[in-house]
Design a protein around this ligand. Sequence first.
Ligand SMILES: [Fe+2]
Length: 352
Amino acid sequence: MTFSSWITKIVNLAMSICIALSNVGYAAQQNKELNLYSARHYQTDEALYANFTKLTGIKINRIEADDNALLERLNSEGSRSPADVILLVDAARLWRAQTNNYFKSIQSKYLNERIQANFRADADVDGIAWYGFSTRARIMVYNKAMIDPKNINTYEKLADLVNKGKVCTRSGSHPYMLSLVGALIERVGLEATEQWARGMVLNMARDPKGGDTDQIRAVASGECSVAITNSYYLARLMRSGKPEDIEVVRKIGHVWPNQNSGGVHMNISGGGVAKNAPNPKAAVQFLEYLASDAAQIYLADGNNEWPVVTSVKVNNPALEALGPHQVEKISVAAIGRNQMAAQRILDKVGYK
Ligand SMILES: [Fe+2]
C-alpha cells in the first residue's frame, strides 16, 4: 500500500466515524424532541407541556394554529411532515384527519384502559388512530323572558312548530353542527334527521352566522329565543368578570337536552400520532401523559371541559353550576363517519 492510499484510507475512516457520531447525536436529539401540531391553546397548556418535559426530558416544539390551518399544513407537508403528535377539536375533524391518512394507528394498553371506547376511533389492524382527551357537551341556552324551557328540552323540539322564528345556531357546515347532526342520524336515522333539519330551517330567527358565543349573546339580546352552544362557551361567560358578560348570563338559562331520551350530545378534543412521526415512541409517551391524572386536569380546566378519564374530577365552579346531566353514549367514531351524510342532509334542506 502506497503512502497516499494509507492517507485516503485514514481520511475515509475518520469521515465515517464523524458521520456515525453525528447520526448518534441526531438520533439522541430526535429522541429528546417532540413536534406537536395543536389546535388547542389555553393558559394551562404552558404548565401541561412543561410538566411533560420535566418528567421525560423531552422538549416540545409547538406549532399552534386553528384546526383548518393545521389540516392544510399537514396536507401540504405530506410524507415530509415533521409532526409527531396532532391535537384537534371535535370528532368530525379527527375523523377527517383519519380519512386523510394523517394518523398512524397505535397500540397502547394504558390509553385503552384510561379512555372509554366511545371516546376514541374504532380499532383497526394496527391499533387505534386517535383518542379523546377532554369532553364537551352541546347544550341549549334560552332567553328567560322569551321561552318556556319545557319547549326546548330536546334537540327534536327545537324543530317543532312551537319554536317557529325562535332558534339560532352557527352554520350547519361547522364541525360542531355536523357532529350534532351525525349523532342525531345515529339516534333516529336519516329520514327523521332530514325532517328535523327541515324544521330547524323553518324555525330560524335569522340565517346561521357567527360562533357559539355569538349565539349566546343573540339570545341575551332577544334576537333569538334559544340557541345551541358548546358547554365551555357558556362556562367561560359564567366565569367572566366583565360587566357585559355578567349581564348576558343574567338574562339566559340553560337546558341539558334529551335527559330522558339518549342524553346530551357529547364531543371531544383529541389527538393521535402523526403518520410519519420522526419520533413515534415519544409521541405515544406524550399521548399517554395526556391521559394521566395531572394532565387531564390541565387539559379540562384550560377550556372549562370535562376530563375524558372519568375517575379524574376537576374543581370548576362554572361546570359545577351547570349541574348534573345524562350524557349520550354514541361513539364519537360513529359521529365522525356520519358527517358526510349530515352535510348532504343540511345541503338538501338549505341549512346554511
Ligand atoms: Fe370551540
